[in-house]
Design a protein around this ligand. Structure first.
Ligand SMILES: NC(=O)c1ccc[n+]([C@@H]2O[C@H](COP(=O)([O-])OP(=O)(O)OC[C@H]3O[C@@H](n4cnc5c(N)ncnc54)[C@H](O)[C@@H]3O)[C@@H](O)[C@H]2O)c1
Length: 458
């Protein structure tokens, strides 16, 4: 079959990355060796997610040419703020939470990145996420640096009233460094439009005027953007279609499996379904379902809205959690959590292409396994950049107080995603590296070029 030939030819081109492929650190089991003294707040033996990021930078450095001179810039966050968030609980007790805002790099513009409420948030994690935002924003060429925030709290254990106090005090504390022209937070894990509304209100009360541009992902009624909710899934779909064309995979009739049927996974599944693909398997926190002839995506979306998950959907067979990864499919979209594709299941995946809707869904070891098997991986740093792209549109609309139609927003989003993807594809072909490394080459070059042009102050 000619399409299959074209596919394997393209996939093998992509999979011929040199062993020094930056974004796929080989699991050596050795402690990361930093060439210079680490910042004092880092423990060389417990670098966590920041350690993975540092390896990615080290491996991309040979491709940076004369800009490699500036590479240390990428290995140190510009600024990291740790704040104490004391609140009075509904019970009358006083509780303290730890909060962070890290601005990794501001060479290309103000910081941009979400705020996560999670009990496992650490400084290392927020540092890495902020650095990946620098990469993502530069990859799609939106004029932002990278930032991220987090509060170490399990939000399920607190009332809405308590969470509002946390969001407000956190915003007040990081108010020193955020602002519409300084750093613009957005929702991330366990934060939503309501949290953004509280953050916007708190910042506005502190500065004395309504500042809608201080956060994105706001409710439409408060300067939010049409199309923002679906933007990440639409971006996943857009780059997926472009990559499929390049490897000779027709979307009509192609079989798609999706993990996570929330904002990102649900939207991506809907768009693939509308384009003629068959969504054959879905997994979420309530179960895993399969239907070889294709699930009714619209009916499944309604079911999830009513029941909170895919579990109990009648027109499908229930499959085992692990069997999901072995389902016969052409495209696999992880759109749930980090680390889902790992050394245990990467060898069993049948898809020809993985589109990373989630942040960090593939462990570095699994990345190597997929690459060795010729599976094309569209990495998170480009595949899920649709969300921040429409956040950028939201920010622009807030500044001008002039709001665009949903069609205009979607057209501009698709244009940016396609252009970004094709330039990354070219770089991957040119250097014979994975798309992840190619994205890092494009993005890190842009960041360091800005650094060089600006020069050092003083
Ligand atoms: N929403 C955005 O704009 C955006 C942008 C970039 C990246 N992301 C990333 O995409 C991922 C999903 O975000 P979202 O906004 O769709 O979240 P969401 O809360 O809307 O959906 C999450 C989905 O994951 C599923 N899930 C949770 N735990 C699971 C488990 N153990 N096994 C299988 N499925 C599980 C949930 O059931 C749900 O269907 C996250 O990694 C997020 O960081 C989101």
């Amino acid at each position: 079959m000619p399409a299959k030939k074209a596919d394997s030819a393209a996939a093998s081109k992509i999979s011929t990355a040199p062993t020094g492929d930056a974004s796929q650190p080989r699991a050596s089991g050795k402690t990361y060796q930093h060439p210079h003294a680490l910042p004092s707040y880092l423990d060389a033996d417990h670098l966590g997610p920041w350690g993975i990021y540092l390896k990615q930078v080290d491996r991309v450095t040979p491709y940076l040419g004369h800009l490699a001179r500036w590479v240390e810039t990428l290995k140190r966050p510009k600024r990291a703020l740790i704040v104490d968030i004391p609140i009075e609980l509904d019970s009358g007790e006083v509780a303290h939470f730890e909060g962070y805002r890290v601005q990794h790099n501001l060479s290309r513009g103000p910081g941009k990145g979400g705020v996560r409420f999670h009990q496992d948030v650490t400084l290392s994690e927020v540092m890495a996420l902020s650095a990946w935002m620098s990469v993502k924003n530069a990859a799609v060429n939106v004029p932002y640096g990278g930032a991220k925030g987090g509060v170490r709290i399990d939000p399920r254990k607190y009332s809405k009233n308590e969470l509002e106090k946390v969001a407000r005090r956190y915003t007040s504390e990081i108010g020193l460094i955020i602002g519409p022209t300084k750093d613009i937070p957005a929702p991330d894990v366990n934060t939503n439009e309501q949290v953004m509304a509280w953050m916007m209100d708190t910042y506005s009360m502190n500065v004395g005027s309504t500042a809608t541009g201080v956060v994105t992902g706001k409710p439409i009624e408060l300067g939010g953007s049409l199309g923002r909710r679906e933007a990440t899934g639409r971006g996943v779909f857009t780059v997926g279609v472009e990559a499929a064309k390049l490897i000779g995979l027709p979307i009509d009739g192609t079989r798609v499996a999706v993990q996570g049927f929330g904002n990102v996974g649900g939207t991506a599944a809907k768009l693939f379904g509308e384009a003629g693909a068959k969504v054959v398997a879905v997994q979420d926190h309530t179960g895993s379902i399969h239907r070889a002839s294709g699930l009714d995506v619209e009916a499944l979306l309604r079911h999830v809205q009513e029941h909170g998950g895919v579990g109990g959907f009648a027109e499908a067979e229930v499959i085992d959690k692990d069997a999901f990864w072995e389902v016969d499919c052409d495209i696999l979209i992880p759109a749930a959590l980090e680390g889902q594709i790992n050394k245990d299941n990467a060898g069993k995946i049948k898809a020809r292409m993985v589109i990373e809707g989630a942040n960090g869904p593939t462990t570095p070891t699994a990345d190597d396994i997929l690459q060795d098997r010729g599976v094309l991986v569209l990495p998170d740093v480009i595949a899920n950049a649709g969300g921040v792209t429409v956040s950028y549109f939201e920010w622009v609309q807030d500044f001008s107080s002039f709001f665009w139609t949903e069609d205009e927003i979607n057209q501009r989003l698709v244009k940016i995603m396609k252009e970004a993807f094709h330039s990354i594809w070219q770089v991957a072909q040119q250097h014979k590296v994975s798309l992840r490394t190619a994205t890092f080459i494009v993005a890190c070059s842009r960041i360091l070029q800005a650094r060089e042009l600006r020069g050092l102050y003083p």
